[in-house]
Design a protein around this ligand. Structure first.
Ligand code: GLV
Ligand code: MN
Ligand code: MN
Length: 425
């Protein structure tokens, strides 16, 4: 960040895009394996990424620290020290074999905007805080938004006992990372400290590209329900147990997966269901599977539709398990309600988009975001940036430099013109 070119050499703030892409690439190099980008909560890659982001925050003129759950937090004071803040942010954990833009684009663009204000020596009538959330994706502990829930003061202590696939509990992982699992409450912020929460993020879908627009205003973040399913049958010899006598857990899971797909494909528009993880034991070619665990992720345009769909899917799975004489265990691991973006804040996002000369277009977010937790302590809005082919959660995820730059210009304009709720124009 400190080597950023001064503005004025090209189009207004053109250097922001170059700087942001440079940082995106630097952060993407911090990964569990060099050939696939994977950066998971409370790992050594988390630590290395946090150190790098904290250094960028300090270069940008912010006071910065790691909080009690491993979020990176930067603060740029307003005209007077201690003023309430406009909080900007996104996450810096990834899914497995991820793209490099989901999360980091919003976080790094926010830091770049603050760096720009800092270079100009500009202070605003409010503080700016930038938060990099440590666990949005929920890859490790089957519970999403752990970073933003800690900040919102809604962290569920019972999650501390949840174990990752290696049998390490969240409590143990926090201690190994050097954090105190009994003091996560120290990360919590209060409504009075925040004027609003604003997040820039890649769209992760094809809508903006289809309309040839670089940016869009988010109307609401769709809710989601996630379940963990376990089917237990009877393991046995693949050569000797006749087909009618089998209680094959993997075949049962396969039927459930197809039933979920069929139900969502033919159901009401916008309903989506995904089984993204499955594990069969004992897991051998010549052994009938005795036990299978799999996950289910269900999303719909409204909470009412989602709840009805989940109830229907659960009934179908119960029927399949009963018919196949499999023991079923189904647990809801995560339930997020749909979060509307605040109209007063959305209006300011729209003004900034129009101010940069782009058509204002509103769209919902099918993906989950940290705003779903932040809504408990602040009004929330989001600015989407177009991504190529609508591809996300995939290494081919891509944002063009011109769109990175457009997003940064809109965000900077939005920050500079930000008015707290109820303030006069
Ligand atoms: C987060 O990316 C989610 O929507 O699952
Ligand atoms: Mn994601
Ligand atoms: Mn994301």
């Amino acid at each position: 960040m400190s080597e950023m070119k001064e503005p004025g050499a090209g189009p207004r703030n053109a250097s922001l895009g170059d700087e942001i892409v440079g940082c995106i690439d630097e952060l993407a190099a911090i990964s569990e394996t060099p050939e696939h980008l994977t950066r998971i909560f409370l790992t050594k890659e988390h630590r290395a990424a946090a150190d790098l982001i904290l250094s960028w925050m300090r270069d940008a003129g912010m006071r910065a620290h790691l909080d009690a759950i491993g979020n990176v937090c930067g603060r740029y004071e307003g005209e007077v020290a201690g003023m309430p803040c406009l909080m900007l942010g996104s996450h810096y954990d990834t899914v497995r074999d991820a793209g490099k833009w989901d999360g980091p684009l919003g976080l790094i663009t926010a830091i770049s905007c603050v760096a720009q204000l800092h270079r100009r020596g500009k202070r605003l009538p409010f503080a700016i805080e930038v938060t990099g959330f440590a666990d949005e994706e929920g890859v490790r502990f089957a519970s999403t938004l752990l970073g933003s829930r800690a900040v919102a003061g809604t962290f569920d202590e019972s999650v501390l006992g949840v174990k990752d696939s290696a049998g390490i509990s969240l409590r143990a992982a926090l201690s190994q990372f050097g954090l105190d699992p009994d003091h996560i409450g120290a990360a919590a912020r209060t409504r009075g400290e925040l004027l609003a929460y604003l997040e820039l993020h890649i769209e992760q879908g094809p809508v903006l590209e289809g309309l040839n627009l670089p940016v869009g205003v988010v109307t609401a973040i769709a809710g989601a329900t996630r379940l963990a399913a376990s089917l237990t049958g009877m393991a046995g010899h693949a050569g000797t147990v006749p087909m009618p006598l089998r209680r094959d857990a993997l075949a049962g899971a396969a039927e459930c997966i197809v039933a979920i797909e069929e139900f969502c494909r033919t159901g009401q528009s916008g309903l989506v269901g995904t089984v993204g993880y499955i594990h069969a034991t004992p897991g051998a070619t010549n052994v009938i599977s005795g036990q299978v665990s799999f996950t289910i992720d269900i999303r719909a345009p409204s909470d009412a539709h989602r709840k009805l769909a989940v109830a229907d899917i659960v009934r179908r799975i119960e029927n399949i398990a009963r018919r196949r004489k499999l023991k079923l265990q189904l647990d809801v691991t995560h339930e997020n309600r749909t979060v509307p973006c605040a109209p007063w804040l959305k209006d300011q996002v729209s003004e900034a988009i129009a101010g940069e000369g782009f058509r204002v277009f509103e769209l919902p977010s099918g993906a989950g975001h940290d705003g779903m937790a932040m809504i408990d302590i602040a009004d929330v809005a989001m600015l989407f940036v177009r991504c190529r082919g609508g591809i996300s959660h995939h290494p081919d995820e891509h944002v063009d430099l011109a769109d990175v730059d457009a997003g940064a210009r809109v965000l900077l304009r939005l920050i500079e013109n930000f008015r707290p709720r109820g303030a006069a124009q």
